[in-house]
Design a protein around this ligand. Structure first.
Ligand code: ASP
Length: 437
């Protein structure tokens, strides 16, 4: 039995958190591999070490003194070391880094050092081996992960030992450090779990599982007890912010259960995510969670006779592809097709997208509406259940919220509602009250 644990930034923020982690790890001898983030915020006004390191790099680039920010980074780790009574040699590590910074360090290498220092300290504190991510997490030249090589390397280096591994970065074929996207330590943890065929991947954070709705909008939302990988993927894609949205893939490939836990409330079971659950009893609640994001644009094309014509959708999609604008959703009507895209991604290409669509499709009209929020109601138990959409319409209608778009996934796992940005928070609240409370 082997468990891989990942601790996020707030779990790694100071010595008190390190102590909690040690208790968690020691309470179960199968918790043998620990992946860590850089130190995060201790309070809401505090800084994340990764953000400070990005700032350091910007200062270096503009030739502005970096000392005061770099000292903030150093101080945080020295403080943790002192409070825990450790002897980790941070002095020479920081001196070597400083030298590299003066010579011209890459941005990715510099910002990866938060995880590196966290892992050095944590390995020392737990008495575990330190396995640097640059010794096992390998990228291909195109930036994708070389899973086969990485998995074999980690398996070989871990053997029967216990280890701490820094999250967030790995090595390119040319020997340079490369980081994952922000929040990427979640992915490192998932990759480590997959590499080692772990029995469970425990992702420790500062909430007791995935919440059924955004706590900044809904007061005290319930935590989700159980979710399938597909539901989790839908919730994170739609905007739920517990995990990096790419976390699911490596663990799902190996069917490793993912358990989201709270470092500050270790007895809480958190959320368990699996491929499927055996559910015999009739559920009293059939919505798993509600998530959403603001600031989409809807590009709508109308053309008489378009429905049933061959190739129009392909031509539309090609225009977006050529302009590198990702399409998030595609609701269609009769002789009308809409593409829902992030406004931020469309804005720089809006003119050429419109022109290209005109040339490719010769539509009767092209309409672009900005300021749209998309909210997803996700639930595996919604399938084959009549009345969910009706309930959504009724609940929103009653509150006077105008639905700009509605779309149900063919797998009946989610229903998407598009509303004006100004109605976003109200919509989430109304849906939560209608389906969860
Ligand atoms: N430290 C990195 C970030 O802030 C990665 C992580 O914490 O997962 O994005």
């Amino acid at each position: 039995m082997l468990k891989v644990l990942k601790f996020g930034g707030t779990s790694m923020a100071d010595a008190t958190q390190y102590r909690k982690i040690r208790d968690i790890v020691r309470s179960d001898p199968t918790r043998r591999v620990v992946v860590v983030s850089a130190a995060g915020k201790r309070t809401s006004e505090d800084n994340k070490i990764t953000d400070l390191l990005y700032l350091c790099h910007a200062h270096l680039q503009y030739g502005v003194s970096v000392d005061s920010i770099f000292d903030m980074v150093k101080d945080r780790y020295f403080e943790i070391r002192a409070e825990l009574g450790l002897k980790t040699d941070l002095e020479s590590e920081f001196a070597a880094l400083r030298k590299k910074m003066d010579k011209g360090i890459s941005r990715e290498e510099l910002v990866s050092r938060g995880e590196y220092f966290s892992a050095l300290l944590m390995a020392d504190y737990l008495g575990f081996e330190f396995i640097d991510a640059s010794r096992w997490l390998f990228f291909h030249y195109d930036g994708t992960i070389d899973q086969e090589r990485s998995y074999a390397a980690l398996r070989q280096q871990l053997g029967q030992k216990c280890a701490v591994v820094p999250g967030f970065y790995g090595l390119m074929p040319d020997g340079k450090i490369r980081t994952l996207t922000r929040g990427g330590s979640d992915i490192t943890g998932a990759l480590a779990a997959a590499a080692l065929d772990a029995d469970v991947y425990e992702n420790w954070t500062d909430v007791s599982g995935i919440l059924m709705a955004d706590p900044r909008i809904v007061e005290n939302p319930r935590a989700i007890e159980r979710a399938t990988y597909s539901e989790l993927r839908q919730l994170s894609y739609s905007g739920a912010q517990v995990l990096h949205e790419m976390t699911v893939f490596p663990v799902r490939e190996k069917n490793i259960p993912l358990n989201i836990r709270n470092t500050n409330e270790p007895d809480h079971p958190g959320t368990m995510v699996c491929e499927e659950f055996r559910e015999s009893r009739e559920p009293h609640r059939f919505v798993t969670g509600i998530a959403g994001k603001k600031d989409y644009s809807i590009v709508t094309i109308s053309k008489k006779g378009m429905a049933g014509a061959v190739g129009t959708l392909r031509a539309m999609v090609e225009v977006f592809e050529k302009n590198t604008v990702p399409i998030c959703y595609t609701p269609t009507g009769i002789d009308v097709i809409s593409m829902v895209v992030p406004t931020e991604k469309l804005a720089p290409h809006q003119y050429s997208v419109t022109e290209d669509l005109r040339k490719a499709i010769h539509p009767d009209s092209i309409k672009i509406v900005e300021g749209i929020s998309i909210i997803a109601v996700v639930g595996r138990k919604m399938a084959y259940r009549a009345g969910t959409s009706g309930k959504i319409f009724a609940a929103l209608g009653e509150k006077g919220i105008n639905i700009r778009m509605i779309s149900q996934g063919p797998d009946e796992l989610n229903i998407l509602v598009g509303v004006d940005n100004k109605d976003y928070a109200d919509t989430v609240r109304v849906l939560y009250n209608a389906f969860v409370k």
